[in-house]
Design a protein around this ligand. Structure first.
Ligand SMILES: Cc1cc2nc3c(=O)[nH]c(=O)nc-3n(C[C@H](O)[C@H](O)[C@H](O)COP(=O)(O)O)c2cc1C
Length: 340
């Protein structure tokens, strides 16, 4: 099966089937501490946030998802146009397909036509890095979309369940280091839903990774997606719920920020404004979401995406007021109470 067909199957399954973890993100373990005397005016709440030195309108990254087959270009166009209008960062899906098949470059490069000034992340799998990505390929990844940074996704769970998965994981850390040394751009390392532990984070920070996106468990389960694929004759449902819940990743990794210079993105199961607020309160600098965005686009195009994010922004303003914070940098663990 070609990578293009596989990518299309992934998108179709993630918007039509139950591909979610049964286990929760952990955000449900917290409630906000209500402030009956906020001494703040709603219209003065500032939702802006910084990542990699750039200011955005809201701490929400549109996670890497698609590219590399014909309809993918249309989805990328919508994401690009929306992020340009809203000043939000976004990532394209894995560019491996484009490196192997240059005909697919337009389904990625289309993003710059619609987002000439937006912050755009390139994307490549860790599994493609050991002894793989040479300097020429690194240049193609970056130049095809005039990328502002590069995301490396780690997905050993998915590769191990996928019938055609790449199951050689030796040398990925060295491959990430090579990318950092040779790309001239900041590198973000993310998981794809099974989470990043403190041990893994320490290794990444040690080689100069600037941003860690935990992509923890509680949202889209890539074991479930792979187990539902038609090609999957030997589903292994025992792994459907494998992974570290997003909140546990944040609680393990956020304390490392005291002694190390990196930024932390909370993702994996971000499904609303409260998840965003709780993430930042627990020490994340930014958040990211994937499945709700692709679902909104397929159901209702850019209008549906606009209304989803505008709703999250509106609710965030109200919730920040109700905890007595005038912006995201003021919210912290004192504004949360553990309920479970
Ligand atoms: C349809 C789809 C395709 C995806 N493709 C990629 C990809 O190419 N590269 C990547 O880094 N992550 C990819 N992801 C993973 C997401 O970026 C994200 O880490 C994961 O889905 C967890 O977030 P969520 O619970 O908000 O969906 C994809 C997710 C979806 C739903």
């Amino acid at each position: 099966m070609s990578i293009q067909i596989r990518k299309k199957e992934h998108v179709d399954l993630s918007v039509t089937r139950d591909v979610f973890y049964s286990k929760k993100t952990g955000f449900e373990r917290y409630d906000f501490v209500h402030n009956a005397l906020p001494e703040i005016n709603l219209d003065e709440i500032d939702l802006s946030a910084f990542l990699l030195g750039r200011e955005f309108s809201f701490p929400l990254f549109i996670s890497s998802m698609t590219g590399g087959y014909s309809e993918a270009g249309a989805v990328n166009e919508v994401i690009a146009a929306f992020c340009e209008e809203e000043n939000l960062p976004f990532g394209v899906g894995s560019q491996r397909v484009m490196l192997e098949n240059p005909d697919q470059i337009p389904s990625f490069s289309v993003v710059r036509k619609h987002a000439p000034t937006a912050f755009i992340a390139a994307n490549i799998g860790g599994a493609q890095l050991p002894g793989g990505l040479n300097k020429e390929n690194i240049t193609i990844l970056i130049e095809s979309i005039r990328a502002d940074c590069i995301i490396v996704h780690l997905n050993p769970l998915q590769e191990l369940i996928q019938p055609e998965g790449d199951t050689r994981f030796k040398g990925i850390l060295e491959g990430i280091f090579f990318l950092i040394e040779n790309s001239g751009l900041p590198v973000i390392v993310k998981e794809t839903g099974a989470g990043i532990s403190a041990d893994t984070a320490n290794k990444l920070i040690g080689i100069g990774v600037k941003v860690i996106d935990v992509a923890g468990a509680g949202g889209t389960s890539w074991a479930k997606v792979e187990n539902l694929r038609e090609r999957q004759h030997e589903p292994m449902h025992i792994f459907d719920d494998w992974g570290i819940p997003t909140v546990d990743c944040l609680r393990q990794i956020a304390p490392l920020k005291e002694e190390n210079n990196f930024e932390l993105i909370s993702s994996g199961g971000i499904r609303g404004s409260f998840d965003i607020l709780k993430s930042i309160a627990l020490g994340a600098d930014f958040t990211a979401t994937a499945q709700p965005v692709i679902k909104a686009i397929i159901d209702g195009g850019i209008e549906a995406l606009r209304s989803l994010v505008n709703q999250w922004k509106k609710e965030s303003k109200i919730a920040l007021t109700l905890v007595g914070c005038s912006n995201f940098s003021e919210i912290n663990t004192k504004h949360l109470v553990e309920t479970k």
